[in-house]
Design a protein around this ligand. Structure first.
Ligand code: CMP
Length: 138
């Protein structure tokens, strides 16, 4: 069993598709073992996306991520890091496969509705960034 961090970004929350996204996880046998709705400060967003700090889109991305509430979740399941990435689709929604979350709902390479950890080490860092042990059940 593996764990990964999932974020429903401000555009996903604004579109009222929190339930739709969670349904896709549950329909694919993924369990949610922690969840909360929060609003990031710019500093918190910069810390979360620190690996991208040299990228040209860093400032815009961290502003977007603070533009409204987000929902952060820990997902648990077999191969859940890869499974979640399959359900999300490619970062660029134009390249995402039919039926993926980003293909169905994203409008922009930045406003791409969801984030998911890309590897076990990033999952560990990202889960620890948002949750403490008391908030994780299951
Ligand atoms: P995410 O999976 O959260 O990881 C980094 C985010 O940066 C990405 O999704 C997008 O929201 C955003 N982003 C904006 N422009 C780009 C780009 N050109 N390439 C990759 N990610 C981008």
């Amino acid at each position: 069993m593996e764990r990964t961090l999932s974020i429903i970004k401000p555009d996903g929350v604004k579109k009222n598709i929190i339930g739709e996204i969670i349904k896709r996880f549950e329909d694919n046998n993924i369990k949610i073992i922690a969840m909360k709705k929060i609003q990031l400060t710019k500093t918190q967003a910069q810390g979360f996306y620190a690996v991208h700090k040299e990228r040209p889109f860093f400032d815009s991305l961290t502003s977007f991520m603070t533009s409204g509430p987000i929902v952060v979740m820990i997902l648990k399941g077999e191969n859940v890091i890869a499974e979640n990435r399959k359900l999300m689709g490619a970062t660029n929604f134009k390249e995402a496969e039919q039926g993926t979350i980003r293909r169905d709902f994203a409008t922009d390479i930045e406003k791409n509705v969801v984030h998911g950890s890309d590897a076990p080490e990033t999952a560990l860092f990202e889960i620890g960034y948002f949750f403490n042990a008391m908030e994780i059940v299951g």
